[in-house]
Design a protein around this ligand. Structure first.
Ligand SMILES: [Zn+2]
Ligand SMILES: [Zn+2]
Length: 317
């Protein structure tokens, strides 16, 4: 089959084996996949992953299983857990130490004609959600992880740093939760998109003078994001760290101690509320699509996704 692999270099190949589903797994024919900052970070050495990249997808079930019919349109939770270790039994399967992660850890990904995942990971996509919307469920679920982790009252002052793809989704989800959200961005056209959703926006270089917030969400994708976030968080407030970077920050975290700031690492989130929000029209992803490329032009797609200010680049197998 055709696919995009990383083995120290990003390559398009047409000689990849079609993956065989293991017991309990389903093979999915990918319809649309999305390029994410994590994919770009992997090509810079993050996670040390070699194989087929990609974890944001919508597709159709190719080999059915119990409870899921062939041809069903699906999205899929990307962490494949063992299901029986103490972590899984404690209800934290996304942290299973034996897990594989689609296109990130020990499992070929979505930038290919076919992928495999456990049947339990798949969610049926309702008719009202188009493929171009459904491909956003995975990053949107990561944004829905924030209200799952924080007990928000709904009136907090929240800053979202970074107007990239994830920053725009986090700002929308927190705005939906009733928080007083300000998005700090570097790109006027992307801040304008957020303003169109009724979200306050400010130029990133004005952050230094801003009043400190209850919660600051770092979606900068930069190693210095944590330091900036801490400086904008009120004493006893919370920093939510969404950035994963291949490069460590050079920063003395003493301000976290002095101001007693809680740092919450935040990765993958729940698919069901993300899919429901798209189906209910409560979250708008249409302005986030920058361009679509065929799989054969994967290298050009990555270059486009890497361009400063780029929104979501889609790959069509
Ligand atoms: Zn992603
Ligand atoms: Zn487990």
């Amino acid at each position: 089959m055709r696919g995009l692999t990383f083995d120290g270099a990003l390559r398009y190949r047409d000689d990849l084996p079609v993956p065989e589903p293991a017991p309990g797994e389903v093979r999915v024919k990918v319809t649309v996949a999305g390029v994410c900052a994590t994919d770009l970070a992997i090509t810079a050495g993050y996670m040390g992953f070699h194989g087929i990249l990609g974890h944001e997808f919508v597709g159709r079930v190719d080999t059915g299983a119990d409870g899921i019919a062939t041809g069903q349109r699906v999205v899929g939770e990307i962490n494949a857990a063992c299901g029986h270790c103490p972590t899984c039994r404690a209800g934290r399967p996304r942290h299973c130490p034996q897990r594989t992660v689609l296109g990130i850890l020990g499992r070929g990904g979505a930038f290919a004609e076919y992928l495999t995942l456990p049947a339990d990971n798949l969610l049926a996509v309702p008719e009202s959600v188009s493929d171009q919307m459904a491909v956003f469920v995975e990053p949107l679920a990561a944004a829905f992880r924030i209200p799952e982790q924080l007990s928000l009252q709904g009136n907090e002052r929240v800053y979202v740093l970074g107007d990239g793809r994830l920053g725009l989704l986090c700002a929308q989800v927190l705005h939906l939760s009733g928080c007083r959200v300000t998005l700090f961005g570097r790109h006027p056209q992307k801040c304008a998109v957020a303003a169109g959703w009724g979200i306050a926006t400010t130029a990133a270089d004005l952050a230094a003078g801003a009043e400190r917030a209850d919660v600051v969400v770092d979606c900068t994708g930069r190693p210095e994001g944590l330091q900036l976030s801490a400086s904008l968080t009120r004493p006893c407030g919370t920093v939510v760290l969404k950035t994963t970077s291949a490069h460590p920050p050079e920063w003395n975290p003493a301000p976290l101690v002095v101001d007693e700031i809680t740092v919450v690492g935040s990765r993958c989130g729940p698919f069901a509320p993300a899919l429901a929000a798209l189906a209910g029209g409560r979250i708008d992803v249409a302005p986030l699509v920058a361009a679509s490329y065929p799989l054969e032009e994967g290298t050009a797609a990555f270059a486009a996704a890497r361009a400063p200010g780029a929104l979501k680049v889609l790959l069509i197998p």
